[in-house]
Design a protein around this ligand. Structure first.
Ligand SMILES: Cc1cc2nc3c(=O)[nH]c(=O)nc-3n(C[C@H](O)[C@H](O)[C@H](O)COP(=O)(O)O)c2cc1C
Length: 379
């Protein structure tokens, strides 16, 4: 295959390089994967308004978020287990983000821990509500000590969504016959990955939670701990509890409904990620881009609005901004690139998306990304 030129190519390159169990984990979503499909289809259905003769010789993508200056309105969103797609994958992605002048957000469920990643640059930090509040307090203190600037508090996972691809592959669900042999075969039939990650990318623990699960022997034990620890009793009152333990900006990730967005304003959070977890939780929920205008109308300019889900190009980013977002997070787009080519792949995807944003702004006659509004969309 020729060198990937866009996100779709990176998906195919990742499919070839990664063991099937990992590719399916990244690529898959909940149940019939309808929300996953809607996330991308609804971006494709939106039309940009072509404009002409507006002097687009200088275009600015500069974006401000929570006192940070970004070179473009794009972030690498939190992705679990990235250190299994490429050797010490979270640090590779963090380096690519740093070089591009955009934030990297570290998931809690990663191979590299926050200190290893902070040596590259302090990441934005993602956390779920866990039953073990003592662990959460320690964990937030660790992120504060590592100088993480922003907390992304993910709230759309009080219970884990069911992903049938993971059940088929044996990543979740009851143990399968010959599971060990199947995994060995999956590994040795992907030798580049085997050498890079399985042999040279150790230790393969969940770095951030390793101390909480000292008896863990493999990734399965960490998943078990996490699965038992998601707190299904979480309510808005818990946001106040998080606030007591985190001094910096708090961004709630997983809002999809205007009523919840209004509630977030009342709760005093600093930002929202409009997200359906990339279609990995409630299948049948609407796409993120389709709910964005109503959420913007609900909160006005009082709230920083980020969006993720189905963003596969710079054109999608501009469509999201035109619909009310201040910036977008990408998930699978960078995970596929990391799985295919490591840091170089992630850097390439970021630069491809940057070029796509510049062209989209030029051809819609907009010279400053901060001014991108609904007038950029065709009826
Ligand atoms: C493989 C994978 C792992 C993920 N892990 C996390 C996670 O640990 N924490 C989190 O808040 N979101 C997680 N997400 C959701 C992403 O942050 C993001 O919401 C989603 O990927 C956006 O959709 P996209 O992949 O279409 O860009 C994960 C998504 C994927 C695909």
């Amino acid at each position: 295959m020729s060198r990937p030129v866009n996100v779709a190519d990176y998906r195919e390159a990742a499919r070839r390089r990664l063991p099937k169990i990992l590719f399916d984990y990244v690529d898959g979503a909940a149940y019939a994967e309808q929300t996953l499909a809607a996330n991308t289809a609804d971006f494709q259905a939106l039309r940009l308004r072509q404009r002409i003769l507006k002097d687009v010789s200088k275009i600015s993508l500069k974006t401000e978020l929570f006192g940070q200056s970004l070179n473009m309105p794009l972030l690498l969103g939190p992705i679990g287990m990235a250190g299994m797609y490429a050797r010490r994958g979270e640090t590779q992605a963090a380096r690519a983000a740093k070089a591009a002048g955009i934030p990297f957000c570290l998931s809690s469920l990663t191979i590299c821990d926050v200190d290893e990643v902070a040596k590259v640059a302090p990441p934005w930090f993602q956390l779920y509500m866990l039953k073990d509040r003592g662990f959460m307090v320690e964990y937030l203190a660790r992120a504060t000590a590592a100088k993480c600037p922003v907390l992304l508090f993910t709230v759309d996972l009080p219970v884990p969504g069911t992903r049938y691809r993971d059940m088929r592959s044996g990543l979740s669900g009851p143990p399968q016959a010959f599971a060990g042999l199947k995994r060995v075969w999956d590994g040795i039939t992907h030798p580049d990955w085997l050498w890079d990650v399985q042999i040279n990318g150790t230790p393969h623990t969940f770095g951030n939670i390793a101390a909480a699960v000292p008896e863990a022997k493999g990734l399965g034990d960490f998943w078990g701990w996490i699965g038992r620890n998601f707190d299904a009793s979480i309510t808005w009152d818990d946001i106040a509890w998080v606030r007591q333990h985190w001094a910096g900006p708090i961004v709630i990730k997983g809002i999809l409904d205007p009523d919840d967005a209004r509630e977030a304003v009342r709760a005093g959070v600093d930002g929202i990620v409009v997200s359906n977890h990339g279609g990995r939780q409630l299948d049948g929920a609407p796409s993120t881009i389709s709910v964005m205008p109503a959420i913007k109308d609900a909160v006005g300019d009082d709230m920083t609005l980020l969006l993720d889900g189905g963003v596969r190009s710079g054109l999608d980013v501009i469509k999201a901004l035109a619909s009310g977002a201040d910036a977008c997070l990408i998930g699978r787009a960078w995970a596929w690139a990391l799985g295919a080519r490591g840091e170089a792949g992630v850097s390439h995807v970021i630069s491809v998306m940057r070029s796509e944003m510049l062209v989209a702004l030029a051809l819609t006659g907009c010279t400053d990304v901060k001014a991108a509004g609904r007038e950029l969309l065709a009826d």
